[in-house]
Design a protein around this ligand. Structure first.
Ligand code: SAH
Length: 277
């Protein structure tokens, strides 16, 4: 093969690889595939300037993408307290994670946090909110409500740093508990249990999660079984919204009566992994 042909070949392969590097959850994401092309680590043009990136910039973006995927996988495959210790050992991993996370989210046509923000704006601003796994605390910044923002690391004085299965919030002190793409730990039922503890009677539980995690035809949990488990914990289902291609939304209310002590059968929630192909 002459030099020109081999160069063309390499270029073709590179283009193919870049095309294939699509955000994809482990087993499904047919929907994701159609919408979320090009993960952050593959774009070769800077969005702001539209200038081609240098080789070094591309390398850095690739490494950042790798770090993001590694931290993401860790968070989905360990318990909340392990995740807390993980970030305690190296808090810089948290920023690394969120840089990658924001990149991924910028490719979603709609952000679930905005839907939740709108929901809050359509309700009373006097509702006290707990945002479990708040990330960059965007929710608290976008609404008038009092919001307790909770995450594993606090980069903002308003964020309470803790494992969300064990928060310092008073029992029966909040009106709305939000989990926006944050049911990541293997002990996610403990997170919902904690939300139940801090919610007032008739308080709202809002859950937004990646759709493929709730696709039983592809290894995801059955949303009915999940809702049933949440209800056994002491909630009633108010509504479900499966209309978005990327995420589902579940709305519950806390029941006045205490839940029974019978053991709840929670479906497994498969990790949402991002992989390079
Ligand atoms: N809700 C935000 C961020 C979602 S990313 C948004 O929609 O933009 C998920 C967040 O959940 C991450 O910031 C992660 O650190 C947090 N998280 C995961 N497990 C947690 C735990 N056990 N305790 C507190 N926060 C947790």
């Amino acid at each position: 093969m002459n030099q020109e042909a081999s160069c063309r070949n390499r270029k073709r392969k590179r283009n193919k690889r870049q095309k294939n590097e699509t955000l994809e959850t482990q087993q499904n994401a047919t929907n994701a595939k159609s919408n979320v092309k090009e993960s952050h680590c593959t774009s070769s043009v800077s969005k702001s300037s539209q200038k081609p990136l240098s080789y070094l910039d591309k390398m850095k973006a690739k490494l950042a993408g790798g770090h993001f995927r590694m931290i993401n996988e860790k968070l989905y495959t360990c318990s909340g307290d392990e995740a807390l210790n993980y970030f305690k050992e190296d808090p810089s991993l948290f920023n690394m994670y969120h840089t990658g996370y924001q990149e991924q989210m910028s490719r979603w046509p709609e952000q679930p946090v905005n839907i939740i923000m709108k929901w809050l704006k359509d309700h009373s601003a006097s509702l006290v909110v707990a945002d479990f796994g708040c990330g960059d605390a965007r929710l608290s910044k976008g609404v008038k409500n009092k919001v307790y923002s909770i995450d594993l690391v606090s980069n903002d004085p308003s964020v309470i740093a803790c494992d969300m299965s064990n928060t310092p919030l008073e029992s029966s002190s909040v009106d709305v508990a939000v989990f926006c793409l944050s049911l990541m730990g293997t002990n996610f039922p403990n997170f919902i249990q904690e939300a139940h503890r801090v919610l007032k009677t008739s308080g709202w539980l809002l859950i937004a999660e990646v759709k493929s995690r709730f696709d039983p035809t592809n290894g995801g949990a059955d949303p009915e079984k999940f809702s049933k488990a949440v209800c056994e914990l002491g909630f009633t289902t108010v509504s479900k919204d499966f209309s978005n291609k990327m995420f589902i939304l579940l709305y519950f209310k806390k029941k006045p009566k205490k839940s029974s002590s019978q053991e709840i059968k929670w479906p497994e929630l498969k990790p949402c992994l991002y992989k390079r192909r």
